[in-house]
Design a protein around this ligand. Structure first.
Ligand code: SAM
Length: 236
């Protein structure tokens, strides 16, 4: 799977997506993540990419021209592969909120192109021209689309075959499993007087599994009961 991220701050994204599991997946060639600096496609001699909004109002808006040029350059790199399936996403607080199910849907594409906004956002016409879908990472507003893009790419990449080992499988984790995960413990056995639950040291696999299920259910009931209602709805 290939990701192309159009941004004004490539180093923000390269830093985050070069480490740990995603960094290893890139090095192993399981995922390809390219960042593209929109400023390189400005037609202005000062490399300007923003301007004041028509009609007045606060702040600056990203101009559609450099973004469009950048997008065309991204497409050019794939001209020899016309059959590639592609989704163009604008990270935006106005989009539908990212969920594990939405991230899973995106796995069906060969190429995800992501546009990161900045300032007051982008000119509506670039959204109308190239964007298939707007995605938000939550009901709050951030300075730019770079952190949201990293969140989206990380979330999708974890579900690509070979990115996680079997032991790390995402299907058993919180949310994807339909519940929150049970509490987990490692050494030391005694941490400031807080002991590991005895059942986890018992070696009795059925009892451990039953304890984990009950603990997961209890936490989900307490913190995210909406997940249980959703699961019930699915059963109907
Ligand atoms: N003026 C815009 C509005 O009210 O909808 C907000 C612009 S925001 C300051 C700048 C950029 O950050 C956006 O263009 C978008 O790319 C990104 N952004 C901010 N919050 C986001 C969120 N919750 N999810 C995804 N992207 C977000």
């Amino acid at each position: 799977m290939r990701f192309d991220i159009m941004t004004l701050f490539t180093s923000l994204i390269d830093g985050v997506l070069s480490e740990s599991i995603i960094g290893r997946a890139r090095a192993a060639g399981i995922v390809e993540i390219n960042t593209h600096d929109i400023r390189d496609y400005s037609e202005n001699k000062h490399r300007r990419v923003d301007d004041t909004p028509y009609g007045g109002g606060m702040g600056m808006l990203m101009s559609p021209v450099p973004i469009y040029n950048c997008y065309q350059a991204v497409l050019d790199t794939m001209r020899e592969k016309p059959d590639i399936s592609r989704r163009v996403i604008y990270m935006s607080p106005q989009g539908s909120v990212l969920t594990q199910d939405k991230a899973k849907e995106l796995l069906e594409y060969d190429n995800i192109v992501i546009l990161c906004g900045h300032y007051e956002g982008v000119d509506q016409r670039i959204i109308d021209e190239i964007v298939d879908e707007e995605i938000s990472i939550g009901d709050y507003v951030l300075t730019g689309g770079e952190i949201p893009a990293c969140v989206l790419v990380d979330c999708v990449c974890r579900m690509i075959d070979g990115v996680l080992s079997d032991a790390e499988c995402y299907e058993l984790e919180s949310i994807a499993s339909g519940m929150l995960e049970y509490p987990q413990y490692t050494r030391p056995y005694d941490f400031r007087g807080r002991l590991v639950p005895d059942v986890l040291l018992s070696g009795h696999h059925a009892n451990i599994e039953a304890w984990r299920q009950e603990a997961a259910l209890e936490k989900t009931r307490k913190v995210r009961p909406d997940l249980l209602y959703k699961a019930k709805g699915k059963e109907k």
